[in-house]
Ligand binder design. Structure first.
Ligand code: HEC
Ligand code: HEC
Length: 334
């Protein structure tokens, strides 16, 4: 039946099925998941001008030399206050039009610096315009190419009052009697670059660069038996990320409502996540560990709050079980 040499129909049907199946897994499902990502609280949308600038960025292929992703590793600390997460790209992931996919601005080459936060480092529009016209004007040793075609040369007499004249020093001009005026695209691109700033997250909701790893015992001062207030502890330590109603934020923090980890009878992984932090999936940020901050009593109380709230209905966990998991994790770390 599967004789491909003789039966071409089989060959076509099988390869088509495999092709469609792989396309769904590799392209369609990820593209669909991307559409459900939510923006961070107080994330600024791109203005019309900045959106146009993003198109220039893509068209000029700036991503060939520049990344826009702060990775969760120590050497990337200089490029942002925190590692990047899918929500950061909420406003730039929009399709350009029906035919064009959302631009890939992540980049993989860092011939030039990462631009995630360049709007904070270089705030002035004039700097960007000079740099785009010819990078050597502002950075003497720069190897970045200039983009003079985004500008127009004009005689002094042709300058109108709406023209943005770029103060290019004479020695960078091929014809010193001309003035350099920023074109529409140059202004859009500069506005886009100025807008590149990592959205600030409150301290408590800021993913760590390297998840804390050392696990120590800290004992509660309160009396044995009675557990502290899990709801208050949740509000203090977890709600900034997982949200007060446990629904999380698609692209940044997973929901705890209906989470198989939270509702599982086996709580090993659950306790380990709270102690050591978690960075298992690329479609969320990084969770820091709480081993240094929370006692076993507090962790038990938080877990019981999460397991019995927002529609979660799992059995309460026992303090002894949480203690023994911490001891086990400590031994592994020695
Ligand atoms: C051939 C590689 C290359 C290409 C292509 C390139 N750049 Fe650069 N870029 C660099 C290098 C190298 C630097 C560092 C030196 C400098 O500041 O000029 C840099 C620096 C920058 C900076 C300053 C970063 C900082 O931290 O101060 C900005 C902004 C920038 N580039 C934007 C762009 C834009 C926008 C484009 C596309 C129009 C582009 N670059 C294309 C290599 C490149
Ligand atoms: C800085 C933000 C942040 C804080 C604060 C935080 N988390 Fe998380 N949490 C995350 C992220 C991000 C993930 C997903 C990590 C991954 O999968 O890569 C996560 C995952 C989890 C998971 C796994 C859920 C699942 O279904 O995958 C649990 C359980 C959890 N967190 C519990 C807690 C508890 C309890 C607290 C408070 C003590 C807390 N988190 C505080 C960011 C945070």
């Amino acid at each position: 039946m599967f004789n491909f040499h003789k039966n071409h129909r089989n060959l076509v049907i099988v390869s088509l099925t495999v092709y469609v199946f792989l396309s769904i897994i590799i392209a369609i499902i990820p593209a669909y998941k991307l559409q459900t990502v939510q923006p961070l609280p107080n994330q600024n949308p791109l203005s019309v001008k900045e959106q146009a600038g993003l198109k220039v960025y893509v068209a000029e292929n700036c991503a060939a030399c520049h990344t826009q992703q702060v990775r969760n590793i120590d050497m990337d600390k200089m490029w942002g206050d925190r590692p990047s997460m899918p929500s950061d790209y909420f406003y730039s992931k929009k399709r350009l039009d029906v035919w064009k996919q959302s631009p890939s601005i992540l980049g993989s080459e860092r011939t030039g610096p990462d631009l995630t936060n360049v709007g904070k480092r270089q705030a002035g529009v004039e700097w960007h315009l000079l740099h785009l016209y010819n990078p050597r004007i502002v950075v003497k040793e720069s190897i970045m190419p200039g983009y003079p075609w985004l500008f127009v040369e004009k005689d002094s007499t042709q300058i109108s009052k709406n023209d943005v004249v770029v103060p290019v020093p004479k020695k960078f001009l091929s014809n010193p009697s001309k003035k350099i005026v920023a074109g529409k695209k140059a202004l859009e691109l500069a506005a886009y670059l100025q807008s590149l700033k990592q959205t600030d997250l409150p301290e408590a909701a800021r993913p760590a660069f390297i998840p804390a790893s050392k696990v120590k015992t800290i004992t509660a001062t309160g009396g044995q038996g009675a557990l502290p207030d899990g709801k208050a502890l949740y509000a203090q330590h977890c709600a900034a990320c997982h949200q007060p109603d446990g629904t999380g934020l698609v692209g940044a923090f997973p929901p705890l409502v209906g989470s198989p980890i939270v509702n599982n009878t086996d709580i090993d992984l659950y306790v380990k996540i709270i102690l050591q932090g978690y960075d298992a999936r690329s479609d969320f940020g990084v969770m820091p560990g709480f081993a240094e901050q929370l006692t076993d009593e507090e962790i038990t109380a938080i877990m019981n709050h999460e397991r019995s709230s927002w529609g979660n209905k799992a059995e309460p966990v026992k303090l002894e079980k949480v203690k023994s998991i911490r001891e086990f994790v400590m031994q592994l770390n020695q």
